[in-house]
Design a protein. Structure first.
Length: 429
């Protein structure tokens, strides 16, 4: 019973948070009209969520390792509900941004979810559950893009947030019903590391998301400051007895290669996904994305059977196939749908396997921080892919964009050759 309740709680929470991130993408022009802001300012509705998520994810993961995953998850989901309520009632763009930033803190639930599942699930069920939880990023993200059009067309921008608010409340109740008796390792909070990492991640995603709007000079300045913050963070973490992120852990081959592959594959696949809605009329976006979502759902359970390394490599290969297909044929709806089948299958296999690879590579008490860092790798990769997509279609069109993403997916496939062929055995929680 506890396992079922835990799985229900984390899946609902992960689905709600990942849906909330992408549901505003289709609404950016509507926000611009409704709040009277420029087309370059409207994307802050997406950026605010991503910045808050990037900062919250590793911190929440580490706090969960120290003080219990359920307790920190309840705080994250509380932020989610409050943030969505602000968004739904927002009468101004600054209030909308505040709500999006507060809701973005709920992304900390992702590393906590891995810790909760690892604690509650029997070893024989763990690979499948980790795979499903990992794939929820893509499933929820696609659901957000699928739902946005009909909700906007029928009810307006505030209707984007009320269903998610209800889903967030369900997740909060389910999480509250979980047993409270968690084993806590205890320890001190690394406030200096948290501040430096938060600033570095905010600078990285801010530079990526706003580079086109700001121009080369300011963007280079932001990246320079970001590099300095990362260097300071590394210096602090290597000297701190209880670091926020154990850099020696991340330096292990399995972790380093997995996170690198996650970033590159995330850039390729999310970049392509963000381009698909631009290829069809607004009323056909749902039809264009549906084959991809279905393939994602079908492929996800296959990842544990194939094994982490094989599943990731197969996912990268399918990503190459989809990009090449779209580079040559993307003018007709059925062409986009067929390519979407390959893309969805690749996304489902790769990202379902990444979660398993990370969990297998660390001890149970390191699950939160390790999966938190991998979540950041996904977020950074997705942000890079989305911005690169915008630059490519402006400068060379869709054919060039899909060709470049095919090359990036090929780089990812090359990176995955360095993944260990045999993962270490799981240590029971």
């Amino acid at each position: 019973m506890t396992t079922r309740l835990t799985v229900a709680a984390v899946l609902v929470a992960a689905f709600a948070v990942s849906t909330a991130q992408t549901i505003v993408i289709a609404a950016l022009p509507a926000f611009s009209r409704e709040f009277g802001v420029s087309a370059t300012a409207a994307p802050w509705a997406l950026t605010a969520f991503m910045l808050a998520a990037a900062v919250a994810t590793p911190i929440a993961g580490r706090l969960g390792d120290l003080f219990g995953y359920r307790r920190i998850a309840l705080g994250c989901l509380g932020c989610f509900v409050v943030g969505l309520l602000l968004c739904a009632l927002a009468g101004s763009f600054p209030l909308l941004l505040a709500g999006r930033a507060i809701a973005g803190l709920a992304a900390g639930v992702f590393p906590l979810a891995f810790g909760l599942v690892r604690r509650a699930a029997p070893p024989e069920r763990l690979p499948g559950l980790i795979a499903l939880l990992s794939a929820m990023f893509g499933i929820g993200g696609s659901a957000g893009m699928l739902a946005a059009g009909p909700l906007l067309g029928s009810f307006g921008t505030d209707a984007l947030f009320w269903p998610l608010l209800a889903l967030g409340l369900v997740a909060l109740v389910l999480m509250a019903l979980l047993p409270a008796g968690e084993t806590r390792s205890g320890g001190r909070i690394d406030f200096a590391g948290a501040a430096l990492l938060g600033g570095a991640l905010a600078g990285l995603l801010l530079g990526i998301s706003q580079a086109r709007a700001w121009g080369a000079g300011p963007a280079v300045g932001v990246f320079a400051v970001t590099a300095g913050l990362f260097a300071a963070f590394a210096a602090v973490e290597l000297r701190t007895p209880g670091p926020l992120v154990d850099l020696r852990l991340l330096g292990r081959r399995a972790m380093a290669v997995t996170n690198a592959a996650t970033t590159v594959i995330g850039a390729a696949m999310f970049g392509v996904i963000t381009l698909v809605p631009h290829l069809v009329a607004e009323d056909r976006i749902v039809i264009a994305l549906l084959p991809m979502v279905v393939a994602m759902l079908v492929a996800t359970p296959l990842a544990p059977r194939l094994g982490g390394r094989v599943a990731v490599r197969a996912g990268a290969a399918l990503g190459i196939v989809s990009c090449v297909a779209l580079a040559f044929a993307h003018d007709v709806l059925w062409q986009i749908g067929v390519a979407g089948l390959f893309l969805g299958a690749g996304y489902g296999l790769a990202f379902a396997a990444f979660g398993t690879l990370v969990v297998d590579a660390v001890e149970p008490h390191q699950t939160g921080v390790a999966t938190g860092v991998n979540t950041i790798a996904r977020t950074a990769g997705g942000a890079i892919g989305a911005q690169l997509a915008a630059v490519l279609i402006t400068g060379g069109g869709y054919g060039l964009a899909f060709t470049v993403f095919a090359v990036i997916a090929a780089v990812a496939l090359t990176v995955t050759t360095a993944l260990p062929r045999r993962a270490p055995a799981l240590t029971p929680a």
